[in-house]
Design a protein around this ligand. Structure first.
Ligand code: GLV
Ligand code: MG
Length: 310
């Protein structure tokens, strides 16, 4: 994310339909790093006005602790976006961290949201620029434009993969979100998409989040699919059911051993490169030679571990 934006843990990003008061209540007691209250595809068109009101109410009165609080609005091709943004931000902007914009296809769509947010923040007397934007990439055009989208506004904090809409948009022959399409047996059908999103995010200092896994009873499947994006470097994944949260928090945290080792590397490197330690460049830590590149790798693991409270 841009230097000015705070880094927030997002190992588990829990989705809650804005139309379901029971789930909105229950989500407050869950251990997810982020909660996103949805106005888009999990809310029926006729339920959207009531969902906006529910969301404003729970943001203002709920016990959300330190987790990231996001609302997913409808995408700009619908009739609902402007009202989603105005009602939610005017009503609860002081208790909101980010808006998630789904089905982003062009940088202009992010810029339009930025302008609207700036107007509302100014009119309401909120700090201008406080509310971040999470851009969900869910189709081929969005993926092709992802670099422009990533740099469209200093508000952007994350790039998010939307596998279900993406599979539909490219005519993938499968109905099981996140799993390999039957007939494709030469690798991971999502590898290019995940890598493309990861490169865009890392090139522009943003977080990158994997999307939902819909087989909510299959925790092994969730762990397997999450493990792939975590191995590449993704920061977290959506959770649709409370049982997925613990798995996400585990999969996207570093191993305790790796975390401890990273902290040792940082301590040793800091000491040996200082005057007191001999101002060395490459140094030995046990049997391992460490240098500036090792420090950078250790910083990644340590940063994720510290964000996860290790
Ligand atoms: C999520 O919005 C998805 O389309 O996978
Ligand atoms: Mg979607």
């Amino acid at each position: 994310m841009s230097a000015a934006r705070e880094i927030r843990a997002r190992r588990s990003c829990h989705a809650v339909p804005g139309s379901n008061p029971r789930f909105l209540e229950k989500a407050q007691g869950l251990e997810s790093d982020q909660v996103f209250l949805d106005l888009e595809d999990s809310v029926a068109p006729i339920a959207k006005p009531a969902a906006r009101a529910n969301i404003v109410e729970v943001l203002n009165t709920g016990e959300w602790g330190t987790r990231v609080k996001t609302v997913r609005v409808n995408d700009w091709t619908t009739q609902w976006t402007y009202k989603d943004v105005i009602e939610v931000v005017e009503g609860a902007g002081a208790n909101l961290d980010c808006l998630m914009l789904p089905k982003v296809q062009t940088a202009d769509q992010v810029k339009a949201l930025d302008v609207l947010l700036t107007q509302i923040e100014t009119a309401m007397g909120y700090e201008v620029g406080k509310i971040g934007i999470e851009a969900q990439i869910e189709n081929a055009l969005g993926l092709i434009n992802v670099d422009d989208i990533a740099t469209a506004s200093p508000r952007i904090e994350t790039i998010i993969f939307g596998p279900a809409d993406f599979m539909a948009s490219i005519n993938m022959k499968s109905l099981v979100v996140g799993e390999q399409p039957p007939g494709y047996d030469v690798g991971d059908a999502y590898h290019y998409i995940l890598m493309r999103l990861l490169m865009a995010a890392r090139a522009h200092d943003l977080q990158v989040i994997d999307g939902p896994y819909l087989q909510i009873k299959d925790l092994d499947g969730y762990r397997r699919v999450a493990g792939r994006s975590a191995a590449l470097g993704f920061d977290g994944k959506w959770t649709l059911h409370p049982s997925q949260i613990e798995v996400a928090n585990d999969v996207y945290s570093p191993d305790q051993g790796d975390y401890d080792h990273a902290e040792n590397i940082l301590d040793a490197y800091e000491y040996y490169t200082s005057e007191k330690g001999g101002a060395k460049g490459a140094v030995m830590l046990g049997d391992e030679m460490i240098d500036e590149a090792s420090r950078k790798m250790a910083l990644v693991i340590s940063g994720k571990g510290r964000a996860a409270g290790m």
